[in-house]
Design a protein around this ligand. Sequence first.
Ligand code: NAD
Ligand code: DAU
Length: 340
Amino acid sequence: MKKILITGGAGFIGANFAHHLMRHSDCVVTVLDKLTYAGNSASLEKLPRNRSTLVIGDIANAALVDELVGSHDTVVHFAAESHNDNSLRDPAAFIRTNVVGTYELLEAVRKHGVRLHHISTDEVYGDLELDDPQRFTETTPYQPSSPYSATKASSDLLVKAWVRSFGVNATLSNCSNNYGPFQHVEKFIPRQITNVLSGIKPKLYGTGKNVRDWIHVADHSSAVQRILEAGESGRTYLIGADGERNNLSVLQQILELMGRPNNEFDWISDRPGHDLRYAIDATVLREELGWKPEYQDFTAGLASTIDWYKEHRRWWAPSKQATENMYALHEARASEAIGS
Ligand code: NAD
Ligand code: DAU
C-alpha cells in the first residue's frame, strides 16, 4: 500500500485530490498543510481515519519536511500561496512558500530518494492574445506576469534543475483554471456564487473579456493520478479540458443559473497586469498517457458547483466577510490612487 504525502491538502485542489485517492486507490495519505487563511481542515473531515492523517506544519520547515518525506513513497506538492490578487499586494509569503518551500521539499526528496510530483499552473507561460490560434504546450517559453506566477515559474525551474543536476525523480504538471467544491471564496467562481447567496452584487474586473480555460477539479485529480502511474521523470505534462470562456460569459451563466438578471453585477477596476487569455493544449497527456476529462459539460459542472455552495454555507461563511472586507479595502485604495 503506497504512502503519499500531499502538501497543501487542506486547500481546494489538494483536498479534492485526497478525496479522489480515497475513492480511486488503496493508498494511505498524509496531508501536510500550514492551514493558512486558504486551508480548511473541514475539507478533510470525511476522509477515512484509517487511511489519512493531517499534519499541521510549514513546507518551509526543513526538519519537519525531512522527517515526513523520509517516511513516504511519493510526495504530491500542491502547497502554495495561490491567489494573484494577494501577490500584487504582499508578495513576501509567495516567495517563502512557493520558492523556499519547494526548495526544502526538493532537498528532502533528493536525500531520501522519494518520488515528487510538482503541481504548477499555466500562468507560468504568460498570456495569449484573444485571437491567437496557438495554445500553451510543454515547449512554450516561460513568461510569468504576476508575483504569484513568477514564484510558480521559479519553483518549476528548481524542480527541473534538481532532476537534471541531482537525478531527483520528479514530474511536473501545469494546469489551467480549476472550479468545483472546496474552492476558497476569494476566487472568481465561488466569489460570485457566494456574493449572490449573500445579497452582494458580483464583481467583474476590467472589460470582462479575459479568457480562462476552465477544468473541473475532479479532472485535474484524475490527470495527476495518471501522471503518478505513468509519467516519466523530468517531464512536464499540461492539464486542460478545452474549456475556454471569457469572464463576462461565466458570470452571466452563474447569474442565470441562480435565477438573477444577467446584468446584475458591478464592473470594477481591473487587476494590474491582468493576463488576457490562457489556453492549454493537453494533447501529450491525452495521447501519451491516455487521460481524458470526464466533466466536459461546463454548464452542468457550474450548476453542481452552485448547489455545493448552497448546501455548504457553514464551510464558506466564516471566510466570506473577511474576504469581501479585504477586497473592499483594496478597491477603495485603487480608486484613491486613480483620483490622486
Ligand atoms: P489553495 O490556496 O486553495 O490551497 C493552498 C493550500 O496550501 C492551503 O491549504 C494552504 O493552507 C496551504 N499552504 C500555504 N502555504 C503553506 C506552507 N508554507 N506550508 C504548508 N501548507 C501551505 O490553492 P489551490 O487552488 O488548491 O492550488 C493548489 C496548487 O495548484 C497550487 O500549487 C497552485 O499553484 C496550483 N494550481 C491551481 C490552480 C487553480 O485554478 N486553483 C490551477 C493550476 C494550478
Ligand atoms: O490559470 C491557473 C490559475 O488560475 C492558478 O494558477 C491560480 O492559483 C488560480 O487562482 C487561478 O488564477 P486566476 O487569476 O485566473 O483566478 P481568479 O479566480 O483570481 O480569477 C479568474 C478571472 O476572473 C481573472 O481573469 C480575474 C477575474 N476576476 C476575479 C475575481 C476574484 C473578476 O473579474 N472578478 C473577481 O472578483
